[in-house]
Design a protein around this ligand. Structure first.
Ligand code: GTP
Ligand code: MG
Length: 298
């Protein structure tokens, strides 16, 4: 039995969370077309079975995109990603575009150079990268000499994800099963629910508004085939509150409906979801507020 922890790192929006979901064949991590979607380290467990025997277990840690932070929440996000590098047995570094000197990738590469764990470069989004561009990315990173393997994937199309898993299982060392074989994540349902709501906020809102929201589950009542969930959406400004609620409450209603449908699939009961919007000015710069919203080491 082989096992190990694998960190997934990279700049925002390169497809880290989409790749995690593709590996698991289930949606654990929220994704969006907007950068800085993931805020915590998200754990997903992949167990390979052969003849009903687990032979390889990889615990993936999807991390927030590494970026230049503009507030304390951003510091927390980037620190979480960088700290993960030192806590895992192997690292997947995801990129989706050519290297830029002095850019975010160069910063991450410097961090990777200091590690002695296996590192793999994953060039994601090959479904939309032209072959010459792929070559350019490949060559540039190959020259660094620090990667044990370089592989192109499409997380949305599931392309080469099996090859990636084969490679990781072959790199993994003998080790114990960390989690039961049928477990895909150890995050509590409540957390996944709050993330689904945040994903819909990212989908329905533009620019700064969704980046300034936090979701807090205030009540979670399971009553047989119905689950009642009351969640507060915190935003940073009164004007943002108006935008989130929308004319006649329409925006919030749409967000609630989309979130409820997905939560029902996740937990397998009917869901009554009540959302309300609160303002907590500049919470992203308050150490206490970000910790209260769960952006802290667990
Ligand atoms: N065409 C294409 N799009 C992809 C692929 N993988 C991810 N995407 C898209 O890229 C966007 C960002 O995906 P995420 O998985 O949220 O990216 P992330 O790296 O987790 O982003 P952060 O959490 O913000 O750091 C989404 O719109 C995805 O659908 C891919 O293989 N091909
Ligand atoms: Mg993400």
């Amino acid at each position: 039995m082989r096992s190990g922890f694998v960190g997934i790192v990279g700049r925002p929006n390169v497809g880290k969370s989409t790749l995690l979901n593709s590996i698991l064949g289930e949606k654990i991590a929220i994704t969006s077309a907007k950068p800085q979607t993931t805020r915590n380290a998200i754990r997903g467990i992949y167990t390979r079975m052969e003849e009903d025997q687990p032979v390889c277990q990889l615990v993936f840690i999807d991390t927030p995109g590494i970026h230049k932070p503009k507030n304390k929440l951003g510091n927390y996000m980037t620190d979480t990603a960088v700290a993960t590098l030192g806590e895992v047995d192997a690292v997947l570094f995801l990129v989706d575009s050519p290297w830029e000197d002095n850019g975010g990738d160069a910063f991450i590469l410097e961090k990777l150079k200091g590690l002695d764990t296996p590192r793999m470069l994953v060039i994601n989004k090959i479904d939309k990268i032209d072959p010459p561009v792929f070559e350019e990315i490949y060559k540039k990173y190959e020259e660094t000499g620090i990667f044990d393997a370089i592989i192109g994937t499409s997380a949305t199309e599931g392309k080469n994800v099996d090859v990636l898993l084969d490679k990781l299982c072959s790199l993994a060392e003998e080790g114990p099963m960390f989690f039961p074989p049928d477990m895909v994540t150890d995050h509590p349902e409540r957390f996944l629910v709050s993330e689904i709501i945040r994903e819909k906020l990212l989908l329905y809102l533009e620019e700064e508004v969704p980046h300034g929201v936090a979701v807090e589950i205030e009540r979670y009542e399971e009553a047989g085939s119905l689950t009642r969930i009351y969640a507060a959406i915190y935003c940073e400004k009164q004007s943002h509150k108006g935008i989130i609620i929308g004319k006649g409450g329409r925006k919030l209603k749409g967000i609630g409906k989309a979130a409820r449908e997905e939560i029902e699939l996740l937990i397998g009961t009917k869901v009554y979801l009540e959302l309300f919007v609160k303002v907590k000015e500049r919470w992203r710069d308050s150490a206490l507020a970000i910790s209260n919203f769960g952006y802290k080491k667990d």
